[in-house]
Design a protein around this ligand. Structure first.
Ligand code: ATP
Ligand code: MG
Length: 364
């Protein structure tokens, strides 16, 4: 008997509630076609509507309620008119990331036909890589403080943390991902010429890890020139691994280079599968277009496909194939719809959310 995956569905706020049904529609087609075993559990919390009624973003026992899930499918969170953004974010998404030790933030970067690319002379296929961001430590800590506050001698110190476990596990994930790809190339973002303690350590752990993956080619690039090359030579990348801060920046810059910040999906992964991983569009709740039915559902649908790929890779042999095939089929369907239409207004068309969801579902 193959495993049934439990998926917690959390549409959240704003257009999260409009794009989630399209993601589920496409998933259902994939379930029917490929015989996937998914069981959905729907939750209306992790939303500002829930906050308005209960004074908190989530029930107190949220962790127990989700602990049995294999994945969380998340829409978007935030409704700044009623709840300040830092309250909604820290009260939901960031709790998931921390409590479920989702130490990888994965962002595919890919250029599609039919999507205007801000870089000149690029066509579909020229840009196709992944950014792997460390998601739990590094430069994002609350360690530090102020000396001599309010005086001319005022000094503010902010620490970074690079643990061996935290560094090795993100590097290992990136090498593994590169080993599954055709080009088998890993770019390691660093800044060891300027940041003289933590980044040389990061480099040395990367060099150590590389010994275990002799078939992967690597190059180490300082973050400044690396950012420039995202724009000037995006075709040279396959998998890029970066610390929390550098990865944060690269994982927005990457999708921006393909004109797709509104199409971009993401995975917040616990690759050890001790806890559920979370899949969500990169975009927010977009209050300015909510209720009009014109939100582009592709980022949500692509996130659902990423989830299938991740779940499949946790299975072995024959059981894995239907999940990976479903992912590839959904990606192909997205590719076709972006090339041929229909198109929502953000893509220059006058179609709507449901029509795009239908068009993708029909091709699965
Ligand atoms: P965050 O929640 O990450 O803070 P934000 O509030 O800054 O994000 P978004 O909610 O992503 O930003 O919206 C930014 C702009 O992009 C808005 O004008 C919004 O309408 C547009 N946008 C975002 N997502 C989509 C989408 N799926 N389809 C069409 N337009 C979108
Ligand atoms: Mg917002």
């Amino acid at each position: 008997m193959s495993k049934t995956f439990r998926i917690a569905v959390l549409p959240g706020d704003g257009i999260g509630k409009e794009v989630m049904p399209e993601g589920l529609k496409v998933l259902q087609k994939a379930v029917d076609k490929f015989g996937l075993k998914l069981q959905f559990e729907h939750h209306e919390w992790a939303s500002c509507d829930y906050y308005a009624k209960h004074g908190d973003m989530m029930p107190v026992d949220w962790k127990e309620r989700l602990a049995g899930s294999d994945a969380l499918l998340f829409g978007a969170v935030g409704w700044p008119d009623t709840v300040p953004d830092h309250v909604s974010l820290w009260g939901s998404l960031l709790k998931f990331r921390r409590e479920f030790d989702q130490y990888i933030n994965l962002r595919p970067v890919r250029l599609f036909d039919g999507v205007p690319c801000p870089l000149a002379n690029r066509k579909a296929g020229d840009i196709d890589f992944f950014v792997v961001r460390e998601n739990t430590e590094g430069e994002y800590t609350s360690l530090g403080g102020t000396m001599f506050p309010g005086t001319d001698r005022e000094i503010v110190i902010q620490e970074s943390v690079f643990s061996r476990i935290g560094t090795d596990r993100v590097l290992k994930y990136a090498f593994e991902l590169a080993s599954q790809r055709a080009r088998k190339h890993l770019t390691i973002a660093t800044k060891s010429n300027g940041i003289a303690i933590s980044m040389p350590y990061w480099d040395s752990r990367a060099a150590e890890m590389a010994k275990k993956y002799p078939d992967i080619t690597t190059d180490k690039q300082h973050i400044d020139i690396l950012s420039a090359r995202f724009v000037l030579q995006p075709g040279r990348f396959d998998v890029v691994v970066a610390s929390n801060l550098f990865g944060d920046i690269l994982s927005d810059l990457g999708p921006a280079c393909t004109g797709t910040i509104g199409l971009a999906p993401s995975g917040n992964l616990n690759p050890d599968r001790q806890f559920p991983s979370l899949f969500e569009p990169v975009h927010g709740s977009a209050p300015d277009i909510y209720g009009k039915g014109i939100a582009n559902p592709i980022a949500m649908i692509w996130s659902a496909a990423l989830m299938l790929d991740f779940l499949g890779r946790g299975l072995s042999g024959d059981e894995q194939q239907p999940y990976l095939q479903a992912h590839d089929t959904i990606l192909k369907a997205i590719e076709t719809v972006l090339a041929q239409g229909p198109r929502t207004p953000d893509l220059g068309g006058n179609s709507n959310t449901v029509a795009l969801g239908d068009a993708v579902a029909q091709l699965v």
